[in-house]
Design a protein. Structure first.
Length: 641
């Protein structure tokens, strides 16, 4: 059925409904990357998780595309080659070896990492592969010094439950992490290599999410399920997600490196809007008679015409020996002001290409005749139209740079404008802080993958499978779900389920300790003690359970238990001498008398608080040696006599 894209306009983000997303055929899938908590990297024995901006040396490399097994070049590799980038790697000797620089062969894959990936796959009910075959995936953006990433499929299939339906998984892979980008200016990109080679897993779903919020919800579930193994890293940069989005008539667009799950709804909304409005733009071009076959454009050097322009940026560029060139887009009048995303227009699609591929990344990097500003005067636009034989129905785009970069920019402007007559170009895009996204590179094709001949397949034996299954038979994910059923909030359930004290929590429940107090003792109290530089984990489990038995048998109360825990940590270990003695009636009477005297020496404006103030004095003296209700009864009896 033919779709008239002009019939539907996007509402503001907060007003879109599931029915609206159904109308445009919104669908989305996820690729969730999580670093594994291992001692070493994936294919060498350098330590994993040691991050530092300090470096001992720098290495310069240039990336070049190679032919695939079928004798073809990957489009992404060719695009990156056009950028002519110098890639600088900052190397710290403590975190990188010659393997990462492709100077020595890889070690066998880390067993610790592979076991963790298999265990995570089991939580989804996925089918574990019989043999792990390692492949190379080309990366010519420089993020991996070898120009390729080693990756391997660990499992196929699997599902998760979401809102009464199943979300299906395609696969889970294990692969090397890339470098951290430091800067990317002009033709020079700088990386630091501390996280390079760290093992991570990639969980890929089918595009079964039907609204932007569903994408975020499913991502949260995937993250928590794998996190429940206790074998993935947490914190900034430890997890990243790529979000795939398409609409009816559009194409799969991959938004890379989304660091925050909270940002996903707005990002996917804007990408759906971008695709829909680009399809509307195509329809408008066709209505004007501009198709892939009839599209016409050209570019010319207009430096001599712009030498005296009042537009300071171009004037300064020409004064510094750079060239100004003008692209003529036939019949495009007004279309560079065509909305694509929230407060974003088609001119941004062109500017992004110029920025990334021509490396003209100082913004603004283009100026066009559809703009409403007075950057270029109407007289100058008229002069340029005459010089380039352009009509009033054409759009002019000015770009400036050295001879090579300005020529590359003009060619990319024409390529991107022509793509508008076809539809949505398959791209990898990057998320922006305002919820929009920008061009990163051409979407990679199958040509970028080829077998790795340095490493043999790894057979997953039944013995290995059974050993891992025995470890993971009761996952923290299941525990978390049960805790939520028992009344814990989601964040509390997650924290307790992932805690190393969960087994101890179960033991406390078996001794009739209230679940909320058990949570306090094992989750909140350790945090409070750590602020006083006291490490709760230093208390032996048998000593802790002995303290609990004192509490159960009413030898000490809650405050007495907490005081005993604290004193044991201060002392370095628990000893019976630290147990507070029971307070008899005579001693309690003496302490109450002392507290009343102290109160009488205080200046208290509100006498209604008398009992509470005296109680505070007494309880501080008793340090938990007797229940507060007994103290209050004795105090009230004393005051009423």
């Amino acid at each position: 059925m033919e779709i008239n894209y002009l019939d539907f306009d996007f509402k503001p983000f907060g007003e879109m409904t599931p029915e609206d997303y159904a109308k445009i055929g919104f669908k989305s899938g996820l690729e969730v990357h999580q670093q594994l908590l291992t001692k070493t990297k994936l294919f060498c024995r350098c330590p994993a998780g040691h991050f530092s901006d300090e470096y001992n040396t720098e290495i310069l490399r240039h990336m070049r595309p190679t032919l695939s097994e079928l004798g073809e070049y990957d489009g992404t590799a060719l695009m990156e080659f056009k950028t002519k980038k110098e890639i600088i790697y900052r190397i710290n000797y403590n975190t990188v070896c010659t393997y990462e620089m492709d100077d020595t062969p890889p070690f066998m894959m880390s067993d610790e990492a592979l076991d963790a990936a298999i265990e995570a796959s089991m939580l989804y009910g996925a089918s574990i592969v019989d043999e792990v075959h390692i492949a190379r995936k080309q990366y010519l953006d420089g993020s991996i010094p070898t120009g390729f990433q080693r990756t391997a499929i660990v499992s196929i299939g699997g599902t998760i439950e979401y809102n009464g339906r199943k979300i299906n998984l395609i696969q889970m892979s294990i692969e090397e992490d890339s470098c951290r980008e430091v800067s990317d200016v002009g033709h020079r990109r700088v990386y630091i290599t501390d996280r390079l080679g760290m093992p991570l897993i990639e969980t890929v779903t089918y595009p079964e999410m039907k609204t932007p919020q569903e994408v975020a919800d499913v991502n949260q579930i995937l993250s928590r399920i794998v996190k429940s193994t206790g074998k993935v890293r947490t914190g900034v940069g430890a997890a990243r997600q790529d979000v795939n989005v398409s609409v009816t008539g559009g194409t799969r667009i991959e938004i890379k490196g989304v660091s925050s799950i909270k940002s996903i709804p707005l990002l996917t909304y804007n990408e759906a809007m971008r695709q829909w409005y680009l399809l509307k733009l195509r329809q408008e071009l066709w209505n004007r008679g501009i198709t892939e076959e009839t599209f016409s454009a050209k570019y010319e050097d207009v430096t001599k015409f712009m030498r005296k322009t009042r537009y300071t940026i171009i004037n300064n560029a020409i004064s510094n020996g750079l060239r100004a060139k003008c692209v003529v887009l036939r019949g495009f009048k007004g279309l560079l002001r065509w909305q694509t995303q929230t407060d974003t227009y088609f001119s941004r699609e062109i500017s992004d290409r110029v920025k990334v591929i021509a490396c003209l990344n100082t913004l603004p990097n283009i100026v066009h005749s559809d703009a409403m500003s007075e950057q270029i005067t109407s007289t100058e636009w008229t002069m340029l139209r005459k010089a380039t034989n352009a009509t009033e129905n054409d759009t002019l785009v000015l770009v400036w740079g050295d001879e090579q970069d300005s020529t590359t920019a003009c060619k990319e402007i024409i390529i991107r404008a022509k793509e508008a007559t076809i539809g949505i170009p398959p791209e990898t895009r990057q998320s922006q802080s305002d919820g929009t996204n920008g061009f990163e590179r051409i979407l990679p094709g199958p040509e970028r993958m080829y077998p790795d001949t340095d490493l043999p397949p790894i057979r997953i034996t039944q013995e290995r499978f059974d050993r891992i299954k025995a470890i993971s038979k009761r996952s923290s994910w299941d525990i978390m779900q049960n805790l939520m059923k028992e009344g814990f909030a989601e964040n509390q359930a997650e924290e307790l389920a992932l805690s190393k004290y969960y087994t101890l929590y179960e033991k406390l429940l078996s001794q009739s300790i209230d679940k909320n107090y058990a949570y306090y003792l094992l989750i909140q109290l350790p945090k409070s003690l750590s602020k006083k530089n006291l490490d709760f984990s230093k208390i032996a489990e048998e000593d802790f359970l002995l303290m609990i038995s004192l509490f159960i048998n009413k030898k000490i109360n809650k405050s007495g238990l907490e005081e005993l825990i604290k004193e044991s940590l201060v002392n370095g270990k628990f000893t019976p001498e630290l147990i507070p003695t029971q307070c008899d009636g005579r001693e309690l009477d003496e302490i109450i008398n002392e507290a009343i005297l102290e109160f009488n020496n205080l200046i208290v404006k509100n006498l209604d608080s008398k009992v509470n103030v005296i109680m505070g004095i007494i309880m501080k003296k008793l340090q938990g040696r007797i229940e507060g209700k007994y103290v209050r009864e004795a105090l009230l009896a004393k005051l009423n006599n």
